[in-house]
Write a protein that binds this ligand. Structure first.
Ligand code: DON
Length: 591
Protein backbone atom coordinates (compact mmCIF):
# COMPACT_ATOMS: atom_id res chain seq x y z
CA UNK A 1 0.00 0.00 0.00
CA UNK A 2 1.25 3.45 -0.78
CA UNK A 3 2.73 5.67 1.88
CA UNK A 4 0.22 8.51 1.58
CA UNK A 5 -2.58 6.05 2.00
CA UNK A 6 -0.80 4.39 4.93
CA UNK A 7 -0.21 7.67 6.72
CA UNK A 8 -3.80 8.74 6.15
CA UNK A 9 -5.05 5.39 7.33
CA UNK A 10 -2.87 5.37 10.44
CA UNK A 11 -4.15 8.81 11.29
CA UNK A 12 -7.79 7.96 10.78
CA UNK A 13 -7.51 4.59 12.52
CA UNK A 14 -5.71 6.11 15.49
CA UNK A 15 -8.22 8.92 15.79
CA UNK A 16 -11.29 6.77 15.43
CA UNK A 17 -9.98 3.34 16.50
CA UNK A 18 -10.47 1.16 13.42
CA UNK A 19 -14.05 0.61 12.49
CA UNK A 20 -14.90 -2.08 9.95
CA UNK A 21 -17.19 0.40 8.18
CA UNK A 22 -14.26 2.72 7.70
CA UNK A 23 -12.02 -0.07 6.47
CA UNK A 24 -14.70 -0.90 3.93
CA UNK A 25 -14.81 2.65 2.64
CA UNK A 26 -11.08 2.69 1.84
CA UNK A 27 -9.94 2.07 -1.74
CA UNK A 28 -8.93 -1.54 -2.32
CA UNK A 29 -6.27 -0.76 -4.89
CA UNK A 30 -3.47 1.80 -4.99
CA UNK A 31 -4.63 4.34 -7.57
CA UNK A 32 -1.22 4.89 -9.14
CA UNK A 33 -0.01 1.29 -9.23
CA UNK A 34 0.91 -0.20 -12.60
CA UNK A 35 0.38 -3.76 -11.37
CA UNK A 36 -2.41 -5.00 -9.15
CA UNK A 37 -2.71 -8.00 -6.85
CA UNK A 38 -5.62 -10.41 -6.45
CA UNK A 39 -7.47 -9.35 -3.30
CA UNK A 40 -9.14 -11.56 -0.73
CA UNK A 41 -10.96 -10.96 2.50
CA UNK A 42 -10.74 -14.64 3.44
CA UNK A 43 -7.91 -16.97 2.39
CA UNK A 44 -5.47 -17.04 -0.53
CA UNK A 45 -3.25 -19.44 -2.45
CA UNK A 46 -0.52 -18.35 -4.89
CA UNK A 47 1.52 -20.82 -6.92
CA UNK A 48 3.27 -21.29 -10.25
CA UNK A 49 0.27 -23.15 -11.63
CA UNK A 50 -3.30 -21.86 -11.67
CA UNK A 51 -4.80 -25.36 -11.41
CA UNK A 52 -2.78 -26.08 -8.27
CA UNK A 53 -3.73 -22.71 -6.76
CA UNK A 54 -7.38 -23.52 -7.43
CA UNK A 55 -6.94 -26.85 -5.64
CA UNK A 56 -5.49 -25.04 -2.61
CA UNK A 57 -8.23 -22.40 -2.56
CA UNK A 58 -10.89 -25.10 -2.78
CA UNK A 59 -9.37 -26.82 0.26
CA UNK A 60 -9.54 -23.49 2.14
CA UNK A 61 -13.18 -23.10 1.12
CA UNK A 62 -13.91 -26.58 2.48
CA UNK A 63 -12.64 -25.60 5.91
CA UNK A 64 -8.99 -26.49 5.51
CA UNK A 65 -6.31 -24.31 7.03
CA UNK A 66 -3.21 -22.85 5.35
CA UNK A 67 -1.26 -26.09 5.90
CA UNK A 68 -4.01 -28.23 4.34
CA UNK A 69 -4.08 -25.83 1.39
CA UNK A 70 -0.30 -25.90 1.06
CA UNK A 71 -0.12 -29.70 1.13
CA UNK A 72 -2.96 -29.95 -1.39
CA UNK A 73 -1.19 -27.42 -3.62
CA UNK A 74 2.13 -29.23 -3.23
CA UNK A 75 0.68 -32.59 -4.29
CA UNK A 76 -1.25 -30.92 -7.14
CA UNK A 77 1.93 -29.27 -8.45
CA UNK A 78 3.57 -32.71 -8.47
CA UNK A 79 0.97 -33.52 -11.14
CA UNK A 80 0.51 -30.27 -13.06
CA UNK A 81 4.06 -28.85 -12.94
CA UNK A 82 6.33 -31.87 -13.40
CA UNK A 83 9.41 -29.77 -14.10
CA UNK A 84 9.50 -28.58 -10.47
CA UNK A 85 6.48 -29.81 -8.52
CA UNK A 86 7.48 -33.20 -7.24
CA UNK A 87 7.32 -36.38 -5.22
CA UNK A 88 10.94 -37.24 -6.02
CA UNK A 89 12.58 -34.09 -4.63
CA UNK A 90 12.67 -32.12 -1.42
CA UNK A 91 12.15 -28.70 0.08
CA UNK A 92 11.40 -26.43 2.98
CA UNK A 93 8.11 -25.27 4.49
CA UNK A 94 7.81 -22.29 6.83
CA UNK A 95 4.59 -22.41 8.83
CA UNK A 96 3.15 -19.67 11.03
CA UNK A 97 0.50 -20.88 13.46
CA UNK A 98 -1.79 -18.03 14.45
CA UNK A 99 -3.16 -19.55 17.64
CA UNK A 100 0.21 -20.25 19.28
CA UNK A 101 1.98 -17.41 17.40
CA UNK A 102 4.67 -19.94 16.57
CA UNK A 103 6.75 -20.21 13.40
CA UNK A 104 8.18 -23.58 12.38
CA UNK A 105 10.72 -24.41 9.68
CA UNK A 106 10.06 -27.87 8.26
CA UNK A 107 13.15 -29.29 6.57
CA UNK A 108 12.35 -32.05 4.08
CA UNK A 109 15.53 -31.65 2.05
CA UNK A 110 16.98 -34.70 0.31
CA UNK A 111 19.70 -36.76 1.99
CA UNK A 112 22.82 -38.24 0.43
CA UNK A 113 22.45 -42.06 0.32
CA UNK A 114 24.48 -44.07 2.83
CA UNK A 115 26.82 -45.23 0.08
CA UNK A 116 27.57 -41.70 -1.16
CA UNK A 117 31.16 -40.57 -0.75
CA UNK A 118 33.16 -37.40 -1.00
CA UNK A 119 34.74 -37.91 -4.43
CA UNK A 120 31.86 -39.75 -6.07
CA UNK A 121 31.58 -37.23 -8.91
CA UNK A 122 35.30 -36.97 -9.70
CA UNK A 123 36.70 -38.66 -12.80
CA UNK A 124 40.08 -40.39 -13.18
CA UNK A 125 41.82 -37.01 -13.55
CA UNK A 126 40.18 -35.68 -10.40
CA UNK A 127 37.88 -33.35 -12.33
CA UNK A 128 34.17 -33.07 -11.63
CA UNK A 129 32.09 -35.17 -14.01
CA UNK A 130 29.14 -32.80 -14.41
CA UNK A 131 27.02 -35.30 -16.35
CA UNK A 132 27.35 -37.82 -13.54
CA UNK A 133 26.55 -35.17 -10.91
CA UNK A 134 23.56 -33.69 -12.75
CA UNK A 135 22.03 -36.17 -15.18
CA UNK A 136 22.69 -39.66 -13.92
CA UNK A 137 21.19 -42.16 -11.52
CA UNK A 138 23.81 -40.93 -9.00
CA UNK A 139 22.47 -37.35 -9.12
CA UNK A 140 19.55 -38.07 -6.79
CA UNK A 141 19.39 -37.61 -3.07
CA UNK A 142 16.87 -39.61 -1.01
CA UNK A 143 13.60 -37.72 -1.66
CA UNK A 144 11.96 -35.86 1.24
CA UNK A 145 8.87 -34.27 -0.32
CA UNK A 146 6.35 -36.99 0.52
CA UNK A 147 7.51 -37.25 4.15
CA UNK A 148 7.57 -33.46 4.48
CA UNK A 149 4.11 -32.78 3.06
CA UNK A 150 2.50 -35.68 4.94
CA UNK A 151 4.14 -34.71 8.25
CA UNK A 152 3.11 -31.06 7.86
CA UNK A 153 -0.49 -32.07 7.13
CA UNK A 154 -0.69 -34.57 9.97
CA UNK A 155 0.88 -32.26 12.55
CA UNK A 156 -0.71 -28.96 11.57
CA UNK A 157 -3.60 -29.55 9.15
CA UNK A 158 -7.29 -29.69 10.03
CA UNK A 159 -8.71 -31.92 7.32
CA UNK A 160 -7.74 -35.52 6.54
CA UNK A 161 -4.80 -36.44 4.30
CA UNK A 162 -7.37 -38.19 2.12
CA UNK A 163 -9.21 -34.91 1.54
CA UNK A 164 -6.14 -32.83 0.74
CA UNK A 165 -4.61 -35.42 -1.61
CA UNK A 166 -7.74 -36.32 -3.56
CA UNK A 167 -7.64 -33.34 -5.97
CA UNK A 168 -4.06 -34.23 -7.04
CA UNK A 169 -5.09 -37.86 -7.59
CA UNK A 170 -8.03 -36.72 -9.72
CA UNK A 171 -5.79 -34.45 -11.80
CA UNK A 172 -3.35 -37.30 -12.43
CA UNK A 173 -6.04 -39.87 -13.17
CA UNK A 174 -8.36 -37.74 -15.31
CA UNK A 175 -5.70 -35.55 -16.87
CA UNK A 176 -5.46 -31.82 -17.40
CA UNK A 177 -4.82 -29.55 -20.35
CA UNK A 178 -1.18 -28.76 -21.10
CA UNK A 179 -0.41 -25.04 -20.71
CA UNK A 180 1.64 -23.10 -23.29
CA UNK A 181 4.49 -22.97 -20.76
CA UNK A 182 4.47 -26.73 -20.18
CA UNK A 183 4.28 -27.45 -23.93
CA UNK A 184 7.35 -25.25 -24.52
CA UNK A 185 9.21 -26.64 -21.55
CA UNK A 186 8.74 -30.30 -22.55
CA UNK A 187 9.51 -29.59 -26.21
CA UNK A 188 12.75 -27.78 -25.43
CA UNK A 189 14.00 -30.65 -23.23
CA UNK A 190 12.93 -33.42 -25.54
CA UNK A 191 16.44 -34.63 -26.28
CA UNK A 192 17.56 -34.87 -22.66
CA UNK A 193 14.32 -36.34 -21.31
CA UNK A 194 13.75 -38.91 -24.06
CA UNK A 195 17.04 -40.61 -23.22
CA UNK A 196 15.18 -42.32 -20.41
CA UNK A 197 12.49 -44.81 -21.42
CA UNK A 198 10.15 -44.19 -18.47
CA UNK A 199 10.43 -40.40 -18.80
CA UNK A 200 9.65 -40.63 -22.51
CA UNK A 201 6.65 -42.82 -21.76
CA UNK A 202 5.26 -40.50 -19.09
CA UNK A 203 5.80 -37.06 -20.64
CA UNK A 204 5.66 -37.57 -24.43
CA UNK A 205 3.12 -39.04 -26.83
CA UNK A 206 3.34 -42.70 -27.85
CA UNK A 207 5.08 -41.75 -31.09
CA UNK A 208 7.63 -39.68 -29.13
CA UNK A 209 6.29 -36.29 -30.22
CA UNK A 210 5.79 -33.49 -27.71
CA UNK A 211 2.38 -32.57 -26.32
CA UNK A 212 0.82 -29.40 -27.67
CA UNK A 213 -0.97 -26.64 -25.82
CA UNK A 214 -4.42 -27.99 -24.76
CA UNK A 215 -3.51 -31.67 -25.21
CA UNK A 216 -4.57 -33.63 -22.14
CA UNK A 217 -1.86 -35.28 -20.02
CA UNK A 218 -3.09 -38.33 -18.11
CA UNK A 219 -0.69 -39.86 -15.54
CA UNK A 220 -2.12 -43.22 -14.47
CA UNK A 221 0.98 -44.55 -12.68
CA UNK A 222 1.37 -41.26 -10.81
CA UNK A 223 -2.32 -41.44 -9.76
CA UNK A 224 -1.68 -44.92 -8.35
CA UNK A 225 1.46 -43.78 -6.51
CA UNK A 226 -0.43 -40.84 -5.00
CA UNK A 227 -3.25 -43.16 -3.96
CA UNK A 228 -0.79 -45.48 -2.21
CA UNK A 229 0.73 -42.48 -0.42
CA UNK A 230 -2.76 -41.32 0.54
CA UNK A 231 -3.85 -44.66 1.99
CA UNK A 232 -0.59 -45.35 3.88
CA UNK A 233 0.11 -41.78 5.07
CA UNK A 234 3.33 -41.81 3.06
CA UNK A 235 4.69 -45.15 4.35
CA UNK A 236 4.37 -46.72 0.91
CA UNK A 237 6.88 -44.24 -0.51
CA UNK A 238 9.54 -45.12 2.07
CA UNK A 239 8.97 -48.82 2.70
CA UNK A 240 6.25 -50.10 0.38
CA UNK A 241 5.68 -50.60 -3.32
CA UNK A 242 6.86 -47.13 -4.32
CA UNK A 243 10.09 -47.63 -2.36
CA UNK A 244 10.62 -50.91 -4.22
CA UNK A 245 10.04 -49.20 -7.57
CA UNK A 246 12.58 -46.49 -6.69
CA UNK A 247 15.18 -49.07 -5.68
CA UNK A 248 14.47 -51.13 -8.81
CA UNK A 249 15.09 -47.99 -10.88
CA UNK A 250 18.38 -47.50 -9.02
CA UNK A 251 19.46 -51.07 -9.61
CA UNK A 252 18.86 -50.84 -13.36
CA UNK A 253 21.91 -48.58 -13.63
CA UNK A 254 23.82 -49.06 -10.40
CA UNK A 255 22.33 -46.16 -8.40
CA UNK A 256 22.95 -45.90 -4.66
CA UNK A 257 19.56 -45.31 -3.00
CA UNK A 258 18.56 -48.43 -1.05
CA UNK A 259 15.48 -49.58 0.85
CA UNK A 260 17.43 -48.78 4.01
CA UNK A 261 18.06 -45.19 2.83
CA UNK A 262 14.36 -44.70 2.17
CA UNK A 263 13.34 -46.23 5.48
CA UNK A 264 15.84 -43.98 7.29
CA UNK A 265 14.62 -40.69 5.75
CA UNK A 266 13.64 -38.17 8.43
CA UNK A 267 11.96 -34.77 8.22
CA UNK A 268 13.46 -32.25 10.66
CA UNK A 269 11.41 -29.49 12.27
CA UNK A 270 13.84 -26.67 12.95
CA UNK A 271 13.62 -23.35 14.73
CA UNK A 272 13.27 -20.69 12.04
CA UNK A 273 16.04 -18.17 11.58
CA UNK A 274 14.64 -14.73 12.43
CA UNK A 275 16.13 -11.26 12.43
CA UNK A 276 15.05 -7.65 12.42
CA UNK A 277 15.14 -5.25 9.52
CA UNK A 278 14.12 -1.80 10.76
CA UNK A 279 10.62 -2.31 12.26
CA UNK A 280 10.00 -5.73 10.76
CA UNK A 281 10.90 -9.26 11.80
CA UNK A 282 11.93 -11.62 9.02
CA UNK A 283 11.86 -15.39 9.51
CA UNK A 284 13.43 -17.66 6.94
CA UNK A 285 15.00 -21.08 6.56
CA UNK A 286 18.07 -21.93 8.66
CA UNK A 287 20.81 -24.30 7.39
CA UNK A 288 20.87 -26.64 5.50
CA UNK A 289 19.55 -23.69 3.52
CA UNK A 290 21.89 -20.76 3.14
CA UNK A 291 18.80 -18.62 2.47
CA UNK A 292 17.95 -17.36 5.95
CA UNK A 293 21.56 -16.66 6.98
CA UNK A 294 22.45 -14.59 3.94
CA UNK A 295 19.07 -12.86 3.63
CA UNK A 296 19.54 -11.55 7.17
CA UNK A 297 23.23 -10.85 6.68
CA UNK A 298 22.61 -8.73 3.57
CA UNK A 299 19.67 -6.89 5.15
CA UNK A 300 21.86 -6.17 8.19
CA UNK A 301 24.48 -4.56 5.96
CA UNK A 302 21.89 -2.57 4.00
CA UNK A 303 20.11 -1.36 7.15
CA UNK A 304 22.92 1.11 7.73
CA UNK A 305 22.01 3.23 4.71
CA UNK A 306 18.99 5.27 3.75
CA UNK A 307 18.04 3.29 0.67
CA UNK A 308 14.78 5.11 0.04
CA UNK A 309 16.64 8.34 -0.61
CA UNK A 310 18.87 6.67 -3.19
CA UNK A 311 15.88 5.68 -5.33
CA UNK A 312 14.83 2.27 -6.58
CA UNK A 313 17.37 0.68 -8.96
CA UNK A 314 19.52 3.80 -9.05
CA UNK A 315 23.22 3.06 -9.55
CA UNK A 316 23.93 4.12 -5.94
CA UNK A 317 21.30 1.68 -4.65
CA UNK A 318 22.42 -1.23 -6.84
CA UNK A 319 26.03 -0.61 -5.85
CA UNK A 320 25.10 -1.12 -2.18
CA UNK A 321 23.05 -4.22 -2.99
CA UNK A 322 25.83 -5.74 -5.06
CA UNK A 323 28.59 -5.08 -2.53
CA UNK A 324 26.44 -6.65 0.22
CA UNK A 325 25.65 -9.66 -2.00
CA UNK A 326 29.32 -10.10 -2.92
CA UNK A 327 30.35 -10.35 0.74
CA UNK A 328 27.49 -12.63 1.77
CA UNK A 329 28.14 -15.12 -1.05
CA UNK A 330 31.88 -15.15 -0.25
CA UNK A 331 30.94 -16.27 3.28
CA UNK A 332 28.48 -18.80 1.86
CA UNK A 333 31.28 -20.54 0.00
CA UNK A 334 33.25 -21.28 3.16
CA UNK A 335 30.88 -21.48 6.09
CA UNK A 336 27.59 -22.95 4.89
CA UNK A 337 26.56 -26.60 4.88
CA UNK A 338 24.39 -29.11 6.70
CA UNK A 339 24.51 -28.08 10.41
CA UNK A 340 24.39 -31.75 11.46
CA UNK A 341 27.84 -32.18 9.88
CA UNK A 342 29.49 -28.77 10.09
CA UNK A 343 29.39 -26.04 12.76
CA UNK A 344 27.82 -23.28 10.64
CA UNK A 345 28.55 -19.94 12.41
CA UNK A 346 24.95 -18.73 12.08
CA UNK A 347 25.03 -16.34 15.04
CA UNK A 348 28.27 -14.70 13.92
CA UNK A 349 27.18 -14.31 10.29
CA UNK A 350 23.85 -12.74 11.24
CA UNK A 351 25.29 -10.47 13.92
CA UNK A 352 24.60 -6.77 13.28
CA UNK A 353 28.14 -5.90 14.45
CA UNK A 354 29.63 -8.20 11.83
CA UNK A 355 27.39 -6.51 9.24
CA UNK A 356 28.76 -3.16 10.36
CA UNK A 357 32.35 -4.26 9.82
CA UNK A 358 31.43 -5.47 6.35
CA UNK A 359 29.52 -2.24 5.63
CA UNK A 360 32.40 -0.09 6.85
CA UNK A 361 34.63 -1.79 4.29
CA UNK A 362 32.41 -0.93 1.35
CA UNK A 363 33.66 1.97 -0.76
CA UNK A 364 30.56 3.94 -1.75
CA UNK A 365 32.16 5.28 -4.89
CA UNK A 366 33.84 2.26 -6.47
CA UNK A 367 33.19 -1.44 -7.01
CA UNK A 368 35.35 -3.95 -5.17
CA UNK A 369 36.78 -6.93 -7.07
CA UNK A 370 35.49 -10.33 -5.98
CA UNK A 371 39.08 -11.59 -6.17
CA UNK A 372 39.89 -9.17 -3.33
CA UNK A 373 36.95 -10.21 -1.16
CA UNK A 374 37.48 -13.35 0.89
CA UNK A 375 35.11 -14.89 3.43
CA UNK A 376 35.03 -12.71 6.57
CA UNK A 377 34.75 -13.32 10.38
CA UNK A 378 37.64 -13.01 12.79
CA UNK A 379 39.93 -15.94 13.64
CA UNK A 380 38.12 -16.71 16.89
CA UNK A 381 34.71 -16.72 15.17
CA UNK A 382 35.42 -18.95 12.22
CA UNK A 383 35.00 -22.74 12.35
CA UNK A 384 37.33 -23.19 9.37
CA UNK A 385 40.23 -21.35 7.83
CA UNK A 386 40.02 -20.30 4.19
CA UNK A 387 43.52 -21.72 3.78
CA UNK A 388 42.02 -25.14 4.43
CA UNK A 389 40.59 -25.17 0.92
CA UNK A 390 41.76 -23.87 -2.44
CA UNK A 391 39.65 -21.10 -3.97
CA UNK A 392 38.83 -21.30 -7.74
CA UNK A 393 35.07 -21.14 -9.33
CA UNK A 394 17.79 -24.46 -13.06
CA UNK A 395 13.76 -25.76 -11.56
CA UNK A 396 12.22 -25.13 -8.28
CA UNK A 397 8.86 -23.72 -7.36
CA UNK A 398 7.40 -21.67 -4.54
CA UNK A 399 3.86 -21.40 -3.21
CA UNK A 400 2.29 -19.38 -0.43
CA UNK A 401 -0.99 -19.97 1.39
CA UNK A 402 -2.88 -17.95 4.01
CA UNK A 403 -6.12 -18.85 5.72
CA UNK A 404 -8.93 -16.83 7.29
CA UNK A 405 -7.59 -17.61 10.78
CA UNK A 406 -4.24 -16.04 10.02
CA UNK A 407 -2.16 -19.20 9.61
CA UNK A 408 0.49 -18.81 6.92
CA UNK A 409 2.61 -21.18 4.83
CA UNK A 410 5.60 -20.29 2.68
CA UNK A 411 6.94 -23.34 0.84
CA UNK A 412 9.71 -23.85 -1.70
CA UNK A 413 10.44 -27.32 -3.07
CA UNK A 414 12.44 -28.64 -5.97
CA UNK A 415 13.93 -31.35 -8.15
CA UNK A 416 16.89 -28.95 -8.59
CA UNK A 417 17.11 -28.58 -12.41
CA UNK A 418 13.99 -28.60 -14.57
CA UNK A 419 12.74 -32.22 -14.46
CA UNK A 420 15.59 -33.00 -12.03
CA UNK A 421 17.92 -35.75 -13.25
CA UNK A 422 15.47 -36.44 -16.09
CA UNK A 423 15.05 -40.01 -14.83
CA UNK A 424 11.50 -41.09 -13.98
CA UNK A 425 10.80 -44.08 -11.75
CA UNK A 426 9.29 -46.71 -14.03
CA UNK A 427 5.95 -47.88 -12.70
CA UNK A 428 5.65 -44.96 -10.26
CA UNK A 429 5.27 -42.06 -12.70
CA UNK A 430 7.45 -39.38 -11.10
CA UNK A 431 10.88 -37.86 -11.71
CA UNK A 432 13.94 -38.11 -9.50
CA UNK A 433 15.84 -35.04 -8.32
CA UNK A 434 19.44 -34.13 -9.15
CA UNK A 435 20.04 -32.44 -5.81
CA UNK A 436 23.42 -34.17 -5.30
CA UNK A 437 24.83 -31.41 -7.54
CA UNK A 438 24.03 -28.91 -4.77
CA UNK A 439 26.89 -30.45 -2.82
CA UNK A 440 30.35 -29.15 -3.51
CA UNK A 441 31.81 -32.09 -5.47
CA UNK A 442 35.27 -30.55 -5.34
CA UNK A 443 36.39 -27.56 -3.25
CA UNK A 444 36.36 -24.37 -5.27
CA UNK A 445 34.72 -25.98 -8.31
CA UNK A 446 31.37 -24.34 -9.28
CA UNK A 447 28.12 -26.35 -9.25
CA UNK A 448 25.21 -25.96 -11.68
CA UNK A 449 24.55 -22.42 -10.40
CA UNK A 450 28.18 -21.31 -10.42
CA UNK A 451 28.27 -21.61 -6.63
CA UNK A 452 31.54 -22.44 -4.98
CA UNK A 453 31.78 -24.52 -1.83
CA UNK A 454 34.16 -26.62 0.13
CA UNK A 455 34.46 -28.81 3.18
CA UNK A 456 31.32 -27.40 4.84
CA UNK A 457 29.26 -28.62 1.87
CA UNK A 458 31.24 -31.69 0.86
CA UNK A 459 29.47 -34.98 0.10
CA UNK A 460 28.96 -37.30 3.07
CA UNK A 461 26.53 -40.19 3.70
CA UNK A 462 23.17 -39.04 5.12
CA UNK A 463 24.09 -35.37 4.75
CA UNK A 464 21.79 -32.73 3.26
CA UNK A 465 23.22 -30.71 0.33
CA UNK A 466 23.36 -26.97 0.94
CA UNK A 467 20.39 -25.09 -0.54
CA UNK A 468 19.60 -21.50 -1.42
CA UNK A 469 15.85 -21.92 -1.10
CA UNK A 470 14.45 -19.11 1.01
CA UNK A 471 10.78 -19.50 1.90
CA UNK A 472 10.18 -16.44 4.08
CA UNK A 473 7.52 -15.01 6.39
CA UNK A 474 7.78 -11.37 7.46
CA UNK A 475 6.10 -9.82 10.52
CA UNK A 476 5.21 -6.20 11.30
CA UNK A 477 6.17 -4.31 14.46
CA UNK A 478 3.16 -5.82 16.26
CA UNK A 479 4.35 -9.34 15.47
CA UNK A 480 1.57 -9.95 12.93
CA UNK A 481 2.55 -11.81 9.76
CA UNK A 482 2.37 -9.51 6.73
CA UNK A 483 4.23 -11.35 3.98
CA UNK A 484 4.80 -14.88 2.68
CA UNK A 485 7.19 -15.10 -0.24
CA UNK A 486 9.80 -17.19 -1.99
CA UNK A 487 11.04 -18.09 -5.46
CA UNK A 488 12.92 -20.55 -7.63
CA UNK A 489 16.21 -19.44 -9.20
CA UNK A 490 19.05 -21.48 -7.67
CA UNK A 491 21.76 -19.17 -6.40
CA UNK A 492 19.63 -16.09 -7.20
CA UNK A 493 16.84 -17.05 -4.79
CA UNK A 494 18.24 -15.23 -1.76
CA UNK A 495 18.85 -11.93 -3.51
CA UNK A 496 15.41 -12.05 -5.18
CA UNK A 497 13.58 -12.56 -1.88
CA UNK A 498 15.59 -9.69 -0.42
CA UNK A 499 14.53 -7.38 -3.25
CA UNK A 500 10.85 -8.24 -2.71
CA UNK A 501 11.26 -7.19 0.94
CA UNK A 502 13.16 -3.99 0.07
CA UNK A 503 10.66 -3.05 -2.64
CA UNK A 504 7.85 -3.29 -0.09
CA UNK A 505 9.56 -1.67 2.88
CA UNK A 506 11.96 0.83 1.36
CA UNK A 507 10.23 1.79 -1.85
CA UNK A 508 6.63 1.73 -0.83
CA UNK A 509 5.52 -0.66 -3.57
CA UNK A 510 2.48 -2.89 -3.39
CA UNK A 511 3.22 -6.61 -3.68
CA UNK A 512 2.27 -6.78 -7.37
CA UNK A 513 4.63 -3.90 -8.16
CA UNK A 514 7.36 -5.32 -5.92
CA UNK A 515 7.05 -8.56 -7.89
CA UNK A 516 7.13 -6.93 -11.33
CA UNK A 517 10.10 -4.60 -10.66
CA UNK A 518 13.37 -5.51 -12.44
CA UNK A 519 15.83 -7.46 -10.31
CA UNK A 520 19.59 -7.64 -10.05
CA UNK A 521 21.87 -10.37 -8.70
CA UNK A 522 25.50 -10.84 -7.72
CA UNK A 523 27.01 -13.94 -6.10
CA UNK A 524 30.69 -13.06 -5.54
CA UNK A 525 31.85 -15.50 -8.22
CA UNK A 526 31.62 -15.02 -11.11
CA UNK A 527 32.25 -11.31 -10.62
CA UNK A 528 29.23 -10.12 -12.57
CA UNK A 529 26.07 -8.14 -12.01
CA UNK A 530 23.15 -10.08 -13.48
CA UNK A 531 20.16 -7.92 -14.28
CA UNK A 532 16.76 -8.11 -15.89
CA UNK A 533 15.28 -6.15 -18.77
CA UNK A 534 13.98 -2.84 -17.49
CA UNK A 535 17.12 -1.76 -15.65
CA UNK A 536 17.88 1.72 -16.93
CA UNK A 537 20.75 2.31 -19.33
CA UNK A 538 21.83 5.21 -17.13
CA UNK A 539 22.14 3.01 -14.03
CA UNK A 540 24.13 0.45 -15.98
CA UNK A 541 26.51 3.07 -17.34
CA UNK A 542 27.07 4.57 -13.88
CA UNK A 543 27.71 1.13 -12.38
CA UNK A 544 30.25 0.36 -15.09
CA UNK A 545 31.92 3.66 -14.40
CA UNK A 546 32.27 2.60 -10.76
CA UNK A 547 34.07 -0.50 -11.96
CA UNK A 548 31.27 -3.06 -11.89
CA UNK A 549 31.18 -5.85 -14.44
CA UNK A 550 27.74 -6.20 -15.94
CA UNK A 551 26.56 -9.41 -17.59
CA UNK A 552 24.48 -8.52 -20.60
CA UNK A 553 23.29 -12.03 -21.25
CA UNK A 554 21.31 -12.59 -18.09
CA UNK A 555 17.62 -13.40 -18.44
CA UNK A 556 14.74 -13.36 -16.00
CA UNK A 557 15.47 -13.84 -12.33
CA UNK A 558 13.15 -16.15 -10.43
CA UNK A 559 9.37 -16.38 -10.14
CA UNK A 560 8.12 -15.24 -6.74
CA UNK A 561 4.68 -16.31 -5.49
CA UNK A 562 3.73 -13.98 -2.67
CA UNK A 563 0.92 -13.04 -0.34
CA UNK A 564 0.98 -9.68 1.43
CA UNK A 565 -1.40 -8.66 4.20
CA UNK A 566 -2.37 -5.09 3.47
CA UNK A 567 -3.03 -2.41 6.03
CA UNK A 568 -6.79 -2.95 5.84
CA UNK A 569 -6.37 -6.61 6.74
CA UNK A 570 -7.08 -7.93 3.26
CA UNK A 571 -4.74 -10.38 1.55
CA UNK A 572 -2.99 -9.33 -1.65
CA UNK A 573 -1.86 -12.24 -3.81
CA UNK A 574 0.86 -11.69 -6.40
CA UNK A 575 1.85 -14.42 -8.83
CA UNK A 576 4.94 -13.62 -10.88
CA UNK A 577 4.31 -12.93 -14.55
CA UNK A 578 7.90 -13.87 -15.45
CA UNK A 579 6.74 -17.41 -16.10
CA UNK A 580 3.40 -18.16 -17.70
CA UNK A 581 0.69 -20.06 -15.88
CA UNK A 582 1.06 -18.84 -12.29
CA UNK A 583 -2.07 -17.93 -10.36
CA UNK A 584 -3.32 -16.29 -7.19
CA UNK A 585 -6.71 -17.64 -6.16
CA UNK A 586 -8.75 -16.11 -3.37
CA UNK A 587 -10.70 -18.52 -1.20
CA UNK A 588 -14.10 -17.41 -2.37
CA UNK A 589 -14.24 -13.81 -3.49
CA UNK A 590 -14.79 -12.88 -7.12
CA UNK A 591 -11.57 -11.81 -8.87
O1 DON B 1 18.25 -25.95 -3.31
C1 DON B 1 18.73 -25.16 -4.12
O2 DON B 1 19.25 -24.12 -3.81
C2 DON B 1 18.61 -25.48 -5.60
N1 DON B 1 18.51 -26.89 -5.78
C3 DON B 1 17.43 -24.74 -6.15
C4 DON B 1 17.27 -24.93 -7.63
C5 DON B 1 16.43 -23.92 -8.29
O3 DON B 1 15.98 -22.99 -7.69
C6 DON B 1 16.21 -24.07 -9.74
N2 DON B 1 15.23 -23.13 -10.20
N3 DON B 1 15.23 -22.35 -11.03
Amino acid sequence: MHKTLIILTVFIFNALSISPALANSMPLLAPKALFHPVISDSGMVVSQDMLASQVGAEILARGGNAVDAAVATGFALAVTLPRAGNLGGGGFMMVYLAESKKTIAIDYRELAPAEAFKDMFLDAEGDVDNTKARFSIFSSGVPGTVAGLVQAQQNYGKLSLKQVMQPAINLARNGFQISPDMADSLRSRQERLQKHAATKKYFYKNNGSAYQHRDVLVQKDLAKTLTRIQTTAGADFYSGKTAELIVKQMQRSGGLISMQDLANYKVVERAPLCGEFRQHKICAMPPPSSGGVHLLQMLNILEGWNLTLLGHNSAAYIHRLVESMRRAYADRSLYLGDPDFFPVPVTQLTDKRYAKTLRDNIDLTAASRSADIQPGLSDSERPISSIAQPVESTETTHFSTWDRWGNVVSNTYTLNFSYGSGIAVDGAGFLLNNEMDDFSSKPGFPNGYGLIGGIANGIHPNKRPLSSMTPTIMFNADGEPVLATGTPGGSTIITIVMQIILNLLEFDMGIAEATAASRVHHQWLPDNIYYEPGLSTDSKALLQKMGHIINDSSGRLGATQSIYKAFDGRLHGAPDSRRQGAGAVAQESRQ
